[in-house]
Design a protein around this ligand. Structure first.
Ligand SMILES: *Cc1c(COP(=O)(O)O)cnc(C)c1O
Length: 373
């Protein structure tokens, strides 16, 4: 049996059927119905956030949030706004900025957590900068305090891409409570899924109204359309899947910890293999298992390991390679070099991690990695 980088968590079929049963009476399939509302309420409580709007996927949640926070309006004012972001992410982050007619400005990452380097943000701020879109990459938490100080000083909006950070807490506080808003993704391949789905957690009620209207064609009321919106509503069937998966999320994360700990037992302390150390104050979700290979010390490159595993039907992923500012559609944008992001993207591999991954399989994967070339 091939092993993929992840496997979607699913409830028992009977549990899902129980959840969708009422719809066969009510015929309410979408448009923020009762299952959506129940799911929304349970998420607010689980994530420890003030409020939250649900979306059909994380990408549209992010794209719409940029608009709801007013970054596009300010962009018009200054004649083409700029958004400071990271080149080390999934391309969705950058597309969400660009598709709002804003220019992504890439700030390098730091080696300790692969998140945006807060000490390099200020030098990129111009009179056109409208906001910062950092990413809690792999579930590693950005330096939220430094970023908040910079944003306050310069009057910038902060929107976190928290696609990898579902359920995480920082010093006991829900990660979705930092910045002006945080996007979460519930895609099938994430720690927590509603098949497809996403959310924006926010503090300011004003943003809630804007998010709600924008994802529903810009409808203020049935007859009053006040903005040029689109359709990005989460439907009842997906909300039902989310409700089921949310019931089991703690066990699921606990089992990921088992997998994580086994990898760390096998791969720690080996010359040329770099693993993350847990961040202080962060309750992790074990979303990914990134390993940095230093070929000079380890003897094998990231690409060597990738191929060796592939030959044994273990499909790892080169998240995130190439770095965004090396991609065809972004490399002509210019901007400062981001050597750390470039280096990490060349040498990083994310290993299979998911609920139920057998210890023998983890050991088999580690044996292949550790075998001599
Ligand atoms: C998955 C992901 C997204 C997009 O979320 P979808 O729900 O798949 O649309 C955005 N940013 C990052 C960093 C992601 O990993």
């Amino acid at each position: 049996m091939p092993i993929y980088v992840t496997r979607s968590s699913m409830p028992e079929l009977s549990e899902y059927i129980e959840e969708i049963k009422p719809m066969f009476e009510t015929h309410m399939l979408t448009n923020m119905g009762p299952i959506y509302k129940k799911f929304q309420g349970e998420l607010i409580s689980y994530l420890g956030v003030r409020d939250l709007s649900l979306f059909v996927n994380g990408h549209l949640a992010l794209e719409i949030a940029i608009q709801a926070l007013g970054m596009t309006e300010k962009g018009e004012e200054v004649g083409g706004g700029e958004v400071i972001t990271t080149p080390f992410t999934f391309v969705s982050t950058t597309h969400a900025i660009t598709r709002n007619n804003l220019k992504p400005v890439f700030c390098d990452i730091r080696k300790s957590d692969y998140c945006i380097d807060p000490d390099k943000i200020e030098e990129l701020i111009t009179d056109k900068t409208v906001g910062i879109v950092p990413v809690h990459v792999y579930g590693n938490i950005c330096d939220v305090h430094k970023i908040e100080n910079i944003a306050e000083k310069h009057g910038l909006k902060v929107l976190y891409d928290g696609a990898h950070a579902f359920g995480e807490k920082y010093n006991g506080r829900g990660i979705g409570t930092f910045g002006d808003a945080t996007m979460f993704s519930f895609h099938a391949t994430k720690v927590f899924n509603s098949i497809e789905g996403g959310a924006v957690a926010f503090r300011n009620k004003r943003y809630g109204v804007a998010l709600h209207e924008l994802k529903n064609f810009g409808m203020h009321t049935e007859t009053s359309i006040t903005s040029v919106g689109l359709n990005a509503k989460l439907d009842e069937f997906r909300s039902a899947m989310g409700l089921c998966n949310l019931r089991h999320i703690d066990e699921s994360i606990q089992d990921r910890k088992r997998v994580h700990d086994r990898y760390y037992e096998r791969l720690s302390g080996i010359d040329g293999i770099e693993l993350f150390q847990a961040q202080k104050g962060v309750t992790p979700n074990y979303a990914y298992l990134p390993v940095y290979f230093d070929k000079k010390k380890f003897g094998k490159s990231r690409d060597d390991v990738y191929m060796e595993l592939r030959e044994q039907e273990v499909y790892t992923r080169k998240y995130f390679y190439p770095a965004i500012n090396d991609l065809e559609c972004y490399r002509d944008l210019g901007g400062p070099a981001t050597p750390v992001a470039h280096d990490v993207s060349m040498n990083i591999l994310t290993l299979p991690i998911y609920e139920g991954l057998a210890t023998e399989d983890i050991d088999m994967i580690c044996d292949i990695i550790l075998s001599k070339k």
